[in-house]
Design a protein around this ligand. Structure first.
Ligand SMILES: Cc1ncc(COP(=O)(O)O)c(C=O)c1O
Length: 428
């Protein structure tokens, strides 16, 4: 039942000869292997029993870069583009504990690139003087006023909230602070830092906060195809995927992937054609799901195109943990459209393609909620899962409440997007 595919060079499960090798998805979309894929899809029987619906966990906390997490998938395409442009320094930013910032620093270390991290606020854990060891990437410290911490960072410390920052420094990034508590203070500074580096002869590549760009979202469009194959393998259909949504790139990539998978699926004889924009773009053709759900009849025996086999479809439901839902809808639709364009499709995503579960933000971004804490304990004590208070615990709180209220009827896949450092820092 498995249809043939047209694998591109970066789409096999073979290990890359070098992490710095930039492959391509189909035509001309550079990718650098940083994540260990596919991540496992695991049943969660005790959690299922506790909430009354069938729950599975997609372990994107096991992507294998740094301490793992969703950002590794985005960084494969962001860093691929950076390398293709000849960049020698990654410039990104966010909160000082940002998982995206940490993993960008880890990616830079893997690729032998410099990394400057711009954080809002002030430094809660000043670093020791730089002690970069052999093999470290190009230093960018001298180029950036206020930068600190290319070296090993603190060897010990009691400020657990700064665990993420200490990891960023451990990976060798230069960290600068905007001095303003406003998250958006990072954005203009990224461009300033890049301009300064360029003036000094460096080749910077700016990655927006959260890695939220159409390029980064491509990583999650591919994740949609990966999950679709796994669902078909497990015999699961009509699945809802629950994911924490912050900067929106993860949900946008998933939405784009699900949409393009639907476009690629041949319409059953006599049925209305799919709502997509016609032929599957060649860039995407090699990466649509290869497996078929056994319950899907195969109306078209033509084995060409590399796009047969339709996997198992799923609906993506985001749990906003950072921005107001209205802002999320707009960002997700825009990023998904941009992501599809990167993959060669002119499909336009709208608010009708975006499903969110609001009401689980608690006291605000970055602040634990009582429901999240309860859900994290439940997940730990039923399935041995470690959830962080900022992202994954709140998404799990939504899953638990919606399932118990009968509004999620399963099967449900929970995307465990990582956050291990803040999970550990938050342990009582
Ligand atoms: C652990 C974790 N989960 C989920 C998210 C949300 O992903 P996105 O920013 O792509 O919406 C983030 C973003 O930082 C994260 O670190």
């Amino acid at each position: 039942m498995t249809g043939p595919s047209a694998p591109g060079p970066a789409l096999t499960d073979e290990p890359e000869p070098s992490a710095r090798h930039a492959g391509a998805v189909g035509e001309g979309l550079p990718r650098t292997r940083l994540a260990t894929l596919p991540t496992p899809l695991l049943p969660a029987p005790r959690l299922s029993q506790a909430v009354g619906v069938e729950v599975w966990i997609k372990r994107d906390d096991m992507t294998g870069l740094g301490l793992g997490g969703n950002k590794a998938r985005k960084l494969e395409f962001l860093c691929g583009e950076a390398l293709a442009r000849g960049a020698d320094t990654l410039v990104t930013g966010g909160g000082s504990g940002s998982n995206h910032v940490q993993l960008t620093a880890a990616a830079a270390a893997r690729l032998g690139l410099g990394c400057v991290a711009v954080c809002y606020g002030t430094d809660p854990a000043p670093a020791e003087p730089a002690t970069a060891g052999p093999g470290a990437g190009p230093s960018s410290g001298s180029a950036v006023p206020g930068a600190s911490g290319r070296g090993a960072g603190r060897s010990s410390g009691s400020a657990t909230p700064a665990l993420g920052l200490r990891l960023t420094r451990r990976f060798g990034a230069d960290v600068i602070f905007t001095g303003s508590p406003d998250r958006t203070s990072v954005d203009a500074r990224l461009e300033e830092v890049a301009a300064k580096l360029a003036a000094e002869g460096r080749v910077p590549y700016v990655i927006p906060r959260g890695g939220a760009s159409a390029v980064g979202a491509v990583g999650y469009a591919l994740a949609a195809a990966e999950l679709s194959d796994q669902l078909a393998e497990a015999g699961l259909a009509a699945v809802t995927l629950v994911v924490a949504t912050g900067s929106c790139g993860t949900q946008a990539g998933l939405v784009a992937g699900v949409g393009l998978i639907a476009d690629a699926r041949p319409a059953p004889a006599g049925a209305e054609p799919n709502t997509g924009t016609g032929p599957v773009p060649s860039v995407w053709a090699g990466i649509v799901p290869k497996k078929r759900h056994d319950s899907c009849p195969d109306p078209d025996p033509d084995p060409d195109q590399g796009r047969r086999g339709s996997g198992s479809s799923f609906e993506v439901v985001g749990v906003p943990v950072s921005r107001p839902p209205e802002e999320c809808v707009e960002r997700i639709a825009g990023l998904a459209t941009g992501c599809a364009a990167r993959l060669g499709s002119d499909r336009v995503f709208t608010e009708a393609d975006v499903r969110l579960l609001g009401g689980y933000l608690g006291p605000g971004y970055g602040k634990a909620s009582p429901e999240g804490d309860e859900a994290a304990v439940l997940a730990a004590r039923t399935e041995g899962l470690v959830l962080d208070p900022v992202f994954t615990a709140k998404a799990m709180a939504a899953l638990v409440a919606e399932a118990r209220a009968g509004r999620l009827t399963g099967p449900v896949v929970f995307l465990q997007t990582g956050g291990s450092p803040s999970a550990l820092a938050a342990l009582p």
